[in-house]
Design a protein around this ligand. Structure first.
Ligand code: HEM
Ligand code: HEM
Length: 185
């Protein structure tokens, strides 16, 4: 069977949809703490809704990824580069599932305001408020968010290292209408 040259439509949709939402949330998340409570409550309604959507998409994406073939390492990649890219990609899966779970646990115990995802899922009514527990998950959500930010920046740098320096197909095989050159992988 011929080797797969590029990511399929499902993988591309899931990649770019999750990437778009997560980049926005990592940019605007850290400013939330400084907003007045009433404004924060409104914005967290959207933040927690989008975060819940990321969790649902990741819970579809993970098993999907385990049961489908994706393109192998590019010809330009040595053993260490291949290993590092695998570690980085699987770290994304773990951190992207943990981040919304920590957010939801924080929301369930939060004392300052109500977290109602998209005005529909009342996370704050699902457990008795507890400042200490909320604080633990607030810290976990913040630290995991920072790790995600570092991973996204490293991933972004790696992608452009491939594209501009190694001049391989790695970026093109993930782009929505990317055309891969047949003579390299
Ligand atoms: C992939 C999904 C998510 C990302 C990338 C994300 C990102 C962030 C970031 C970067 C912060 C700021 C942390 C800090 O500086 O300490 C934050 C705060 C917060 N997030 Fe999320 N989040 C996600 C999902 C969720 C979900 C699903 C919920 C709740 C259901 C949630 C609830 C909150 C709350 C309550 C805060 C604290 C706001 C405050 O300080 O009052 N997040 N999030
Ligand atoms: C504009 C920013 C981004 C660019 C240019 C980009 C580009 C790429 C490319 C080219 C690949 C394919 C790598 C390969 O074929 O070996 C890839 C894979 C991947 N990217 Fe991104 N990406 C971006 C943002 C993100 C973000 C924000 C996330 C996480 C939220 C993410 C998560 C992943 C994951 C998990 C994979 C592995 C896919 C798999 O094999 O399951 N990417 N990305």
């Amino acid at each position: 069977m011929a080797e797969i040259q590029k990511y399929g439509a499902t993988a591309k949709w899931l990649h770019w949809l999750v990437a778009f939402i997560v980049i926005l949330m990592l940019i605007f998340g850290p400013g939330l703490e400084d907003l007045p409570l009433s404004e924060r409550e409104q914005i967290i309604m959207v933040h927690s809704g989008l975060g819940t959507l990321v969790l649902i998409l990741m819970l579809i994406r993970w098993p999907w990824r385990l049961t489908h073939d994706v393109p192998g390492p590019a010809d330009t990649m040595g053993v260490w580069q291949t290993r590092l890219s695998k570690i980085m990609h699987w770290s994304f899966y773990v951190l992207l599932v943990l981040q919304p779970i920590f957010g939801i646990l924080q929301a369930m115990y939060i004392t300052e305001y109500e977290v109602v995802a998209f005005g529909q899922i009342a996370y704050s009514s699902m457990a008795v408020d507890n400042e200490q527990v909320a604080k633990i998950f607030h810290i976990a959500h913040g630290v995991n968010g920072k790790l995600l930010t570092v991973l996204v920046l490293g991933h972004f740098a790696a992608t452009f290292y491939h594209h501009l320096w190694q001049k391989d197909n790695v970026l093109r095989r993930m782009l929505p209408f990317g055309k891969v050159s047949a003579d390299l992988r």
